[in-house]
Design a binder for this molecule. Structure first.
Ligand code: RET
Length: 295
């Protein structure tokens, strides 16, 4: 026996150690923040241009301008919030790590969720639908139902974004959102398209192209959601950039197209008189004593 063995007569082999995987955070980086600031500037400039375009239009015919400007103002506010790191939270999920024959460990995978988007969409998507419904001449009942379906779509999307992974919750909410979206398509694109064509050839054509543009763009949103917040397959930066491109097309480009085209087609005018256009003038005022007439 060697001297060393006397010192340690029963050597114990060191136990294999498991180094647990550290928690993972998927957050926005430099490119994401740059994209958010760029879109903030675009939305602000678009709001100024749309407001400027409305100055030459009589107040009674400004409804499209007012709606479209509100859409880009809301988006500018939402992008300002996101670019300054506001209106964001984390959705964490437990990930199992296998170590062969050794016991498994867990780590947290947390993804940044910009809930500002959902607040923005809850305000702007109903307004975008209102623009399209007014153009097609859709009645109040169908417009209202389309807006309710749209709000269900956005809210269920928010619940899905904070839903628990690997449970029925997250993808359940998402599926409900997709069904609600089908109702929106039915009310606006199909029903609206029929009404627009009945109004006139030029209204039918303009509505057809705007609705097709909207339908393609809007359908990409749930796909981006599916690979981003849903399956967490793409980075937060890629998600920000994809939504940024879609948002610029769906709001400022859509808005400019609508406002310029509607000017050339008089039958698309929405003429609003009364309080909207004249305030409480002598026509609109309640005359004291009216109630006493004939008494
Ligand atoms: C969610 C997830 C749930 C299922 C569906 C969705 C659709 C979202 C859409 C958003 C459109 C946003 C627009 C913003 C304008 O700038 C909520 C992602 C169907 C269609 C047009």
């Amino acid at each position: 026996m060697m001297f060393e063995d006397y010192k340690n007569p029963d050597p114990v082999k060191p136990l294999p150690t498991i180094v647990p995987t550290p928690d993972e955070y998927q957050t926005a980086g430099h490119n994401g923040f740059t994209a958010l600031w760029v879109v903030f500037v675009i939305m602000t400039a678009a709001s100024a241009i749309f407001a400027g375009l409305s100055w030459k239009i009589p107040v009674s015919r400004r409804l499209y301008h007012v709606i479209t400007t509100l859409i880009t103002i809301t988006a500018a506010l939402s992008y300002f919030a996101m670019a300054t790191g506001d209106a964001t939270s984390f959705n964490c999920t437990k990930v199992k790590d296998h170590h062969g024959k050794l016991p498994s460990t867990h780590h947290q995978l947390c993804r940044q969720v910009y809930y500002a988007r959902y607040i923005d969409w809850a305000i702007t998507t109903p307004l975008l639908l209102l623009d399209l419904c007014l153009l097609a001449g859709v009645d109040g009942a169908h417009t209202g139902m389309a807006i309710v379906a749209d709000l269900i779509m956005v809210l269920t999307g928010l619940f899905a974004a904070f839903g628990k992974d690997h449970t029925a919750q997250k993808w359940g909410w998402y599926t409900i959102g997709c069904v609600a979206y089908l109702f929106v398509i039915w009310h606006v694109a199909i029903h609206g398209g029929r009404l627009a064509r009945a109004r006139s050839n030029s209204v039918g054509k303009l509505f057809g192209s705007l609705a097709a543009f909207t339908l393609i763009l809007w359908t990409i949103y749930p796909i981006v959601w599916g690979v981003a917040d849903g399956a967490r397959k793409v980075s937060v930066d890629t998600e920000i950039i994809l939504y940024a491109i879609l948002d610029v097309l769906a709001k400022p480009v859509f808005g400019l197209w609508l406002l310029l085209a509607h000017r050339r087609i008089p039958e698309t005018n929405v003429e609003l008189g009364g309080y909207w256009a004249h305030g409480l003038t002598s026509e609109g005022q309640i005359r004291i004593g009216d109630d006493d007439e004939g008494a």
